[in-house]
Design a protein around this ligand. Structure first.
Ligand code: NAD
Ligand code: UDP
Length: 323
């Protein structure tokens, strides 16, 4: 199929803006919808003059009437500090946002892809995590608004697919980093780079033995678009991420080395329900999408550090109160 009309919800965010870049460059007609809760227009300002790009300020918890062929549903605060800021709103964004895009997809006969997350596996007891693992989520903890919201969204996607034959895709995204991450989102990569560049203490939560597997944004976007274009008999869920695993202490040491920082490591209490390990099993993505992560952490960090060096931190504010 040639040029398509494509909606990206959360399109001004970190991942959404890179996705918009790629789709606009491919010549599609792209509509970016965002309420700017955790992002700023600067992420898509360079696209504003293009004839195949349109920006709409809108909150996905409210219905929206558009005519599109494809929908990428990325709207949702993703960093723990952002999604815990107003947990009830986070749950509404996942659940009502899913219902609204699925309703639109049903009406337009559009294909719709959900940005799900490795958090559906909670603090995993199976390692690495295959898609068949059903997870270990605390329904009552501070991460539940995000984890359970995303789990409910997956359920809604499957039910609209079974009941209304909506053409869906579900991608479970593992920790992704790169330029345009919000410098104050509190995520580990943005914190460590910001701290290292200012020779401030690097804050390791817990003992720093917990692990994550970090995917550079360009790899992730390639995987997401491949999934949207996959044959209709492959709806997922599919894990997308970089399976190479690091402890937070190893990450801190690499960031210090790459920035040549004088920062010291300091240890802070571990957050409640912090997953102790995380690594995607990407066997399915390799087999069905030909996906592999090609950018090693050292290279991706170097590119992210170059972006952070140029940032004026005064241009960024914490999330807007949004009750
Ligand atoms: P982000 O916070 O930069 O992007 C989210 C975007 O959604 C922001 O632009 C925000 O303003 C917008 N948004 C939030 N609530 C909204 C609402 N109610 N209506 C309209 N827009 C709203 O975070 P990100 O890292 O780019 O994450 C994008 C998506 O990918 C999220 O759905 C997230 O759950 C998922 N994800 C990201 C990662 C990761 O490591 N980056 C991992 C797993 C899943
Ligand atoms: N973390 C840390 N120092 C920080 C921020 C985060 O040690 O300044 C840890 C955090 O406790 C977690 C890991 O880094 O174990 C990844 O945290 P992040 O918030 O980036 O992502 P998530 O927990 O959602 O995977």
């Amino acid at each position: 199929m040639g040029m398509r009309r494509i909606l990206v919800t959360g399109g001004a965010g970190f991942l959404g803006s890179h996705l918009c870049d790629r789709l606009v460059a491919q010549g599609h007609d792209v509509i970016c919808v965002d309420n700017f809760f955790t992002s700023q227009k600067g992420n898509v300002a360079h696209l504003l003059g293009k004839p195949n790009f349109e920006l709409i300020r809108h909150d996905v918890t409210h219905p929206l009437w558009l005519e599109v062929d494809e929908i990428y549903n990325a709207a949702c605060p993703a960093a723990p500090g952002h999604y815990q800021y107003n947990p009830i709103k986070t749950m509404k964004t996942s659940v009502l946002g899913a219902i609204n895009v699925l309703g639109m997809a049903r009406r337009c006969r559009a294909k719709v892809l959900q940005f799900s997350t490795s958090e559906v596996y909670g603090d995993p007891t199976v390692h690495p995590q295959p898609e068949s693992y059903r997870g270990n989520v605390n329904t009552l903890g501070p991460r539940a608004c995000y984890d359970e919201g995303k789990r409910a969204a997956e359920t809604l996607f499957m039910d609209y697919h079974r009941m209304n034959r909506v053409n869906i895709r579900i991608v479970r995204i593992f920790n992704t980093y790169g330029p345009r991450m919000h410098p104050f989102d509190g995520r580990v990569i943005s914190n460590f780079i910001r701290q290292a560049l200012h020779n401030q203490d690097i804050t390791i939560y817990g003992e720093g033995k917990q692990s994550r597997s970090f995917c550079f944004v360009d790899d992730l976007i390639t995987g997401i678009i491949s999934m949207m274009n996959a044959p209709d008999d492959f709806i997922g869920p599919v894990n997308i991420g970089n399976p190479v695993e690091f402890t937070m202490k190893q990450l801190a040491e690499m960031v210090i080395e790459l920035t040549q920082s004088k920062s010291n490591l300091v240890y802070k209490p571990a957050p409640e329900d912090d997953p102790s390990q995380r690594q995607p099993d990407i066997t399915l993505a390799k087999a069905r999408l030909g996906f592999d992560a090609s950018i090693p952490l050292r290279e991706g960090l170097t590119r992210t550090i170059a972006y952070f060096r140029k940032l004026n931190l005064d241009d960024f504010r914490p999330p807007t109160p949004n009750y």
